[in-house]
Design a protein around this ligand. Sequence first.
Ligand code: ATP
Ligand code: MG
Length: 353
Amino acid sequence: MRLKIAVLAGDGIGPEVTHQATNILCAVAELGGHEFTFVEGLIGGIAITETGSPLPTATLDAALECDAVLLGAVGDNKFNALPPDKRPEAGLLQIRQALGGFANLRPSIAYTALSESSPLRPEVTKDVDILFVRELLGGLYFGAPRWWDRESNEAINTMRYTRDEVVRVARVAFELASNRRQKVTSVDKANVLEVSQLWRATVTEVAKEYPSVTLEHQLVDSMAMHIMNIPRNFDVVLTENLFGDILSDEAGVITGSLGMLPSATIGGAVNLYEPVHGSAPDIAGTGKANPLGAILTAAMVLRHSANLEQDARAVEAAVNKVLDAGYRTADIARGQQPGQTPVSTQEMGKLVH
Ligand code: ATP
Ligand code: MG
């Protein structure tokens, strides 16, 4: 198996955690006889410092020639005085747009060893393994018209979807559910919104292509409660853009730390993989960053860009094993045995190896 990966480590803790993720990919390549090549590129604050642009053309061109993009984090307060389209974060928005992925995947997994990191009771989170599939290019965040009229003090945003946009993201959800526990929960607000009625009718239609997968519909408000009360009931959760933004963050509470959460955006020219956390400037350079979010993101690269499901599972199992053995970075140290000190970013990466 050959895979060319663009590595855009970015700012803050981005380079530290990304380094641990690429180490894991190298180990997988070596064990399995695969040829993974890494192409490094600048993005974010570091790219502004070195080239003046948050997403240099060279980075974008290199990314478009790769099979996958692995991104660390982007953000640097030093550039706060710049206009929004020149700041580090603009680099992230631009590359997401240029790659064009429409399905954002965010797993929410309860690690038994971390049950004390979550504010939820262990009997609630036990065995939870949810995969959010969030539509990323449509809905309220992109629909027109959109404006704020400062004279009349009126503002508008539009939640808009076409049938085709719903079909393509629904198919992603059903395909993924076929390889998991065969259940899709589609989230909408069909009792109030026409756009949700279109969403529900379309998802119901797509479900007919996947007879082995069970489809259920949930209203977004009750879903917000179910995620906290009965998260074990869900397998793949399919949502439009705004609902998914909110619910996937809520479900992050199940895992317990921002440092543990991976993500992938698929369906575009090249898949984009990034841990959910940001650049965390408060801990950058201290060795405190948890690399597991980035390492689990590398597992998603193996699963969704290399079709190496077994290797992806092996990486995830290795993470579980390290947690079960009691090793913790500072962010997940709650519940650690007395007398144990947290391990560093680098130590945690080595342990997973
Ligand atoms: P950005 O502007 O890039 O989003 P941020 O300041 O919002 O940066 P986040 O990365 O979103 O930072 O993190 C918010 C908090 O969570 C920070 O205080 C950070 O210390 C903590 N945190 C985030 N990621 C990790 C990680 N991988 N390991 C440990 N702590 C983390
Ligand atoms: Mg942030």
